[in-house]
Ligand binder design. Structure first.
Ligand code: SAM
Length: 218
C-alpha cells in the first residue's frame, strides 16, 4: 500500500473519525492505510483528506471519509465476511473494505468509473475484490447470499433483491429517501422474511438509478 501522506490520514482518523465516535480499531486502521488521494481526480488530490465528499468523474462523488467509515462500521465487518457494495464509484470504500473481510463484491453502473477502479485495485495489489458492471439494485444473485450489503447511492426504497440476497443475520446499510436527501438505514435480516429496520442519520447521496431505485437516463 502507498504510504505517502500517511500523516494526513492519521490526522483525518483522529479529527474526523475518532472524535465523532468511530470506534472499531480495524476500521480505523483501514482508514489510516488506504490512500484516499489516489481515488480522487488529480485536481482535487490536495483536498483528499478534508472533511467532505469530492467530485469524481461521470458527475459522481467520493463520499466523506466519516460516512465511509461509519457505513463500514455499521456492518460490523468480520474477517470471514463476504460483502457486496452497490455503487463502486471511485473504488475507495471497496478498497477500505478489502483488508477487513474475506471477499468484496462490487457493482457499478458506470463503465468508465468501474474500469478506473479496477485499475487501482490491481495497482494496489488488492486481490479479494470482484466487480461487475450492472444495475446493483438487483444485487449479484450468483454470488449471494452476503453477510452484509452496503449501498453508497440514495434509494427511494429498500430494494427487495438486496434483502433477498442477505444471509439470515446479515446487515444492509443504505441511504433511503428523496432524490436529493436521505436517511441512512440499517436493516438486519432476522429470519427468511423478518427484518429489523433502524433509521440512523440524515445523509446526501447521488441517486441510486436502476430497476429497484430511481428511474434514470439510460
Ligand atoms: N462508494 C463510492 C466511493 O467510495 O467512491 C462512492 C459512490 S458514489 C456516491 C455512487 C455511485 O453509485 C456512483 O458511482 C453511481 O454511478 C453508482 N450507482 C448509481 N446507481 C447504481 C446502480 N443501480 N448500480 C450500481 N451503481 C450505481
Amino acid at each position: 500500500m502507498d504510504t505517502s501522506r500517511s500523516d494526513e490520514r492519521h490526522a483525518m482518523v483522529k479529527e474526523q473519525l475518532e472524535k465523532r465516535g468511530i470506534r472499531d480499531p480495524r476500521v480505523l486502521q483501514a482508514m489510516r492505510d488506504v490512500p484516499r488521494h489516489l481515488f480522487v481526480p488529480p485536481q482535487f488530490q490536495n483536498k483528499a483528506y478534508e472533511d467532505g465528499p469530492l467530485p469524481i468523474e461521470s458527475g459522481q462523488t467520493i463520499s466523506q471519509p466519516y460516512i465511509v467509515a461509519s457505513m463500514i462500521e455499521l456492518i460490523e465487518p468480520q474477517p470471514a465476511f463476504r460483502v457486496l457494495e452497490v455503487g463502486v464509484g471511485s473504488g475507495y470504500s471497496v478498497a477500505v473494505l478489502s483488508p477487513l473481510v474475506a471477499q468484496v463484491y462490487g457493482v457499478e453502473r458506470d463503465s468508465a468509473l468501474l474500469a478506473q477502479a479496477e485499475t487501482k485495485f490491481k495497482e494496489m495489489g488488492l486481490a479479494n475484490i470482484q466487480v461487475k458492471l450492472g444495475d446493483g439494485t438487483l444485487g449479484w444473485e450468483d454470488e449471494s447470499p452476503f453477510d452484509a450489503i452496503l449501498v453508497t447511492a440514495g434509494s427511494p426504497r429498500v430494494p427487495s433483491s438486496l434483502l433477498a440476497q442477505l444471509k439470515v443475520g446479515g446487515v444492509l446499510v443504505i441511504p433511503v429517501g428523496k432524490r436529493e436527501e436521505q436517511n441512512l438505514m440499517r436493516v438486519v435480516k432476522r429470519s427468511k422474511d423478518g427484518y429489523q429496520e433502524k433509521t440512523l442519520y440524515p445523509v446526501r447521496f447521488v441517486p441510486l438509478i436502476g430497476k429497484e431505485g430511481w428511474p434514470g437516463a439510460g
